[in-house]
Design a binder for this molecule. Structure first.
Ligand code: SIN
Length: 284
């Protein structure tokens, strides 16, 4: 029988009593979907999914799409992004690491994704955990005066400026990338399109700036808000077990991967992404 249990007081719901490869009734799915929207992440343990089943289950939450590097997409199901340090015939089968600074996925896109579903296939004995932060909680904890001050501000996100923070080992963006990666601006207070609840949108550890200000002028307020956003009461560090699924709501959660021994141990994660463009819940 379906059971929903808070992961911590500040973030997340663990979903028990379901097998995601079996039919989930509309009534049960409504409860699961609402818990996702309300608490920003869902954890479902002990699942055994094929790539097809992974994509099918993701589709219940929204339209699946891919915006990342196609060379790391799963061969059978290109909607799946492979995150792994494993190599085959001398070539990496996935992106060896991703997202080691606090971020929400595709923040630099005009329409960032609504959510992502990460599934653990192989996990190292130590490390490779993932942090999650609840941006509803962070916003709601701000003093009313500060909420009023930031209400109409916009943050400018530069993919070019973020690159060395997100991927320090990759070469600097080429001239062509610089020309293609135009800055985008998004509200600093994001209104969730399903619940109408407000969430802080400030990224983490990367030099975002406030529209109309320089990076230096923006830094004190942005840095302060980034620090509030990851206070322990809004965050949760997930220690993965094989078969775990975590679905995060990218509109109200930030996340951050942690390092592991990439030379002596293996990590294999599959990720699907849900489109944010006019994101609506599909009919059952
Ligand atoms: C991500 O940022 O999507 C990857 C998280 C992880 O590998 O733990």
């Amino acid at each position: 029988m379906l059971e929903l249990r808070p992961i911590t007081e500040g973030i997340g719901t663990e979903v028990l009593g379901i097998d995601v490869t079996e039919k989930i009734s509309n009534t049960d799915f409504d409860r699961i979907y609402e818990a996702w929207i309300d608490t920003t992440i869902l954890l479902i343990r002990g699942q055994d999914m094929t790539p097809d089943q992974h994509v099918d289950f993701t589709r219940r939450f929204g339209e699946v799409f891919s915006y990342t590097r196609s060379k790391f997409n799963e061969q059978e199901r290109p909607e799946i992004l492979v995150l792994s340090n494993i190599t085959k015939n001398g070539k990496p089968i996935g992106s060896p690491y991703s997202g080691r600074v606090w971020h929400s996925d595709g923040a630099y896109l005009e329409n960032p994704p609504a959510g992502s579903m990460l599934y653990a296939r192989e996990v190292p004995p130590v490390g490779g955990d993932t942090w999650f932060g609840n941006m509803f909680g962070a916003y709601e904890a701000l003093p009313e005066e500060l909420k009023a001050r930031i209400e109409d501000l916009k943050v400018v996100i530069s993919r070019v400026r973020s690159r060395p923070y997100n991927y320090p080992d990759r070469p600097a963006p080429t001239e062509q990338e610089r020309a293609e990666w135009v800055d985008v601006s998004h509200p600093m207070v994001r209104v969730h399109e399903v619940s109408g609840r407000k969430a802080l949108n400030v990224g983490g550890n990367v030099p975002w700036r406030i529209e109309g200000m320089s990076e230096d002028e923006s830094a004190p307020l942005i840095t302060f808000l980034q620090e509030v956003a990851v206070l322990p009461r809004f965050t949760y560090r997930h220690r993965w077990q094989v078969g775990d699924i975590i679905l995060w709501d990218n509109r109200s959660a930030m996340h951050r991967a942690t390092p592991y021994d990439e030379t002596g141990t293996r990590r294999l994660m599959h990720r699907t992404t849900i489109t944010g463009a006019r994101s609506v819940r599909p009919a059952a």
